[in-house]
Ligand binder design. Structure first.
Ligand SMILES: [Ca+2]
Length: 172
Protein backbone atom coordinates (compact mmCIF):
# COMPACT_ATOMS: atom_id res chain seq x y z
CA UNK A 1 0.00 0.00 0.00
CA UNK A 2 1.38 3.34 -0.96
CA UNK A 3 2.02 5.61 1.91
CA UNK A 4 4.51 7.67 3.73
CA UNK A 5 6.45 7.42 6.93
CA UNK A 6 6.52 9.94 9.70
CA UNK A 7 9.61 9.72 11.88
CA UNK A 8 9.66 11.32 15.30
CA UNK A 9 12.93 12.10 17.02
CA UNK A 10 12.48 12.85 20.69
CA UNK A 11 15.66 13.28 22.69
CA UNK A 12 17.51 10.69 20.69
CA UNK A 13 14.68 8.17 20.60
CA UNK A 14 13.27 7.56 17.17
CA UNK A 15 9.81 6.23 16.44
CA UNK A 16 8.01 6.05 13.14
CA UNK A 17 4.52 5.46 11.84
CA UNK A 18 3.34 4.49 8.39
CA UNK A 19 0.45 6.46 6.98
CA UNK A 20 -1.54 5.71 3.82
CA UNK A 21 -1.35 8.35 1.15
CA UNK A 22 -4.05 10.93 1.44
CA UNK A 23 -4.29 10.65 5.20
CA UNK A 24 -2.84 13.23 7.51
CA UNK A 25 -1.31 12.82 10.92
CA UNK A 26 -2.07 14.92 13.93
CA UNK A 27 1.14 15.16 15.82
CA UNK A 28 1.19 13.52 19.24
CA UNK A 29 2.46 14.79 22.51
CA UNK A 30 5.99 13.60 23.24
CA UNK A 31 5.99 10.00 24.34
CA UNK A 32 8.70 10.04 26.95
CA UNK A 33 8.85 11.69 30.32
CA UNK A 34 9.02 15.46 30.52
CA UNK A 35 12.32 17.21 31.02
CA UNK A 36 12.50 19.02 34.32
CA UNK A 37 12.38 22.75 33.79
CA UNK A 38 11.36 22.43 30.16
CA UNK A 39 8.02 22.35 28.41
CA UNK A 40 7.24 20.54 25.21
CA UNK A 41 6.91 23.22 22.56
CA UNK A 42 6.04 21.17 19.52
CA UNK A 43 7.50 19.25 16.65
CA UNK A 44 9.88 20.94 14.29
CA UNK A 45 9.86 19.83 10.71
CA UNK A 46 13.25 18.52 9.72
CA UNK A 47 12.57 17.98 6.03
CA UNK A 48 13.24 21.15 4.19
CA UNK A 49 11.74 19.86 0.98
CA UNK A 50 8.42 18.94 2.49
CA UNK A 51 5.89 21.58 1.63
CA UNK A 52 2.37 20.29 1.66
CA UNK A 53 0.24 20.49 4.75
CA UNK A 54 2.67 22.26 7.01
CA UNK A 55 2.49 25.57 8.70
CA UNK A 56 5.48 27.44 10.02
CA UNK A 57 4.38 26.92 13.59
CA UNK A 58 6.32 24.45 15.71
CA UNK A 59 3.24 22.22 15.98
CA UNK A 60 1.20 21.29 12.97
CA UNK A 61 -0.50 18.48 11.16
CA UNK A 62 1.14 16.89 8.17
CA UNK A 63 -0.41 15.51 5.03
CA UNK A 64 2.11 14.88 2.29
CA UNK A 65 0.94 13.92 -1.15
CA UNK A 66 4.11 12.40 -2.48
CA UNK A 67 4.18 8.62 -2.27
CA UNK A 68 6.88 7.03 -0.13
CA UNK A 69 7.72 10.37 1.37
CA UNK A 70 9.49 10.35 4.69
CA UNK A 71 8.72 13.16 7.09
CA UNK A 72 11.12 13.73 9.95
CA UNK A 73 10.11 15.73 13.00
CA UNK A 74 12.19 16.72 16.01
CA UNK A 75 10.65 17.31 19.42
CA UNK A 76 11.34 20.78 20.76
CA UNK A 77 11.39 21.62 24.45
CA UNK A 78 11.79 25.11 25.68
CA UNK A 79 12.44 27.07 28.83
CA UNK A 80 13.28 30.12 26.77
CA UNK A 81 16.21 28.27 25.35
CA UNK A 82 15.62 25.06 23.43
CA UNK A 83 16.45 21.51 24.29
CA UNK A 84 16.15 18.95 21.54
CA UNK A 85 19.09 16.66 21.30
CA UNK A 86 19.89 13.38 22.92
CA UNK A 87 21.44 14.38 26.26
CA UNK A 88 24.28 11.95 25.55
CA UNK A 89 25.09 13.75 22.35
CA UNK A 90 27.19 16.85 22.60
CA UNK A 91 26.40 19.31 19.86
CA UNK A 92 29.29 19.77 17.49
CA UNK A 93 31.44 22.79 18.15
CA UNK A 94 30.53 25.82 16.13
CA UNK A 95 32.57 25.98 12.97
CA UNK A 96 33.93 29.39 13.72
CA UNK A 97 33.79 31.93 16.46
CA UNK A 98 33.64 35.64 16.15
CA UNK A 99 33.06 38.90 17.90
CA UNK A 100 29.32 38.80 17.32
CA UNK A 101 29.27 41.48 14.66
CA UNK A 102 30.52 39.27 11.88
CA UNK A 103 28.71 37.14 9.38
CA UNK A 104 28.28 33.73 10.96
CA UNK A 105 25.52 31.61 9.43
CA UNK A 106 23.17 30.43 12.16
CA UNK A 107 24.36 32.87 14.81
CA UNK A 108 21.00 34.55 15.29
CA UNK A 109 21.83 35.98 18.70
CA UNK A 110 25.27 37.15 17.60
CA UNK A 111 27.28 35.61 20.42
CA UNK A 112 29.85 34.08 18.13
CA UNK A 113 28.54 30.52 18.48
CA UNK A 114 25.88 28.48 16.72
CA UNK A 115 23.79 26.37 19.06
CA UNK A 116 20.22 25.70 20.15
CA UNK A 117 20.02 29.15 21.68
CA UNK A 118 20.05 30.54 18.16
CA UNK A 119 17.09 28.40 17.13
CA UNK A 120 15.33 29.57 20.29
CA UNK A 121 16.13 33.19 19.47
CA UNK A 122 14.57 32.77 16.03
CA UNK A 123 11.43 31.13 17.42
CA UNK A 124 11.09 33.78 20.11
CA UNK A 125 11.47 36.46 17.47
CA UNK A 126 8.79 34.83 15.31
CA UNK A 127 6.27 34.78 18.14
CA UNK A 128 7.27 38.29 19.15
CA UNK A 129 8.79 37.28 22.47
CA UNK A 130 12.18 38.61 21.48
CA UNK A 131 14.01 40.51 18.81
CA UNK A 132 16.91 39.89 16.48
CA UNK A 133 19.48 42.44 15.46
CA UNK A 134 19.89 43.21 11.78
CA UNK A 135 23.08 41.15 11.77
CA UNK A 136 21.23 38.43 13.65
CA UNK A 137 18.51 38.28 11.04
CA UNK A 138 21.15 38.07 8.34
CA UNK A 139 22.93 35.25 10.16
CA UNK A 140 19.64 33.49 10.87
CA UNK A 141 18.59 33.22 7.24
CA UNK A 142 19.65 29.72 6.27
CA UNK A 143 17.03 28.51 3.82
CA UNK A 144 16.54 29.53 0.22
CA UNK A 145 15.64 32.07 -0.96
CA UNK A 146 17.97 33.95 1.35
CA UNK A 147 16.36 37.31 0.69
CA UNK A 148 13.08 36.31 2.34
CA UNK A 149 12.22 36.94 5.99
CA UNK A 150 13.51 34.65 8.72
CA UNK A 151 11.11 31.77 9.33
CA UNK A 152 10.68 28.68 11.48
CA UNK A 153 12.35 26.73 8.69
CA UNK A 154 15.57 28.54 9.58
CA UNK A 155 15.27 27.52 13.21
CA UNK A 156 14.53 23.98 12.10
CA UNK A 157 17.66 24.00 9.98
CA UNK A 158 19.80 24.88 12.99
CA UNK A 159 18.18 22.06 14.95
CA UNK A 160 18.73 19.62 12.10
CA UNK A 161 22.37 20.67 11.95
CA UNK A 162 22.80 20.26 15.69
CA UNK A 163 21.51 16.69 15.58
CA UNK A 164 23.66 16.06 12.52
CA UNK A 165 20.86 15.45 10.05
CA UNK A 166 22.57 17.93 7.75
CA UNK A 167 26.16 19.07 7.47
CA UNK A 168 25.72 22.41 5.75
CA UNK A 169 24.10 24.98 7.97
CA UNK A 170 23.15 27.36 5.19
CA UNK A 171 21.45 26.09 2.09
CA UNK A 172 23.67 26.54 -0.93
CA1 LIG B 1 24.62 32.20 18.74
Amino acid sequence: MAGYAVIYIDRGETTSVSVPNGQSVTLPAPSSAPVEGYAFAGWMLADEDFEDGQSEEPAFAVSPLTPTKVVTLIAVYTDGSIYTANPAQTPPPSPTSGTGDNDLPGDANCDGQVNAADAAAILRYLVQLGNLSEQGKKNAKLTQPLDTPVSAADAARILRWLVELITDLRQG
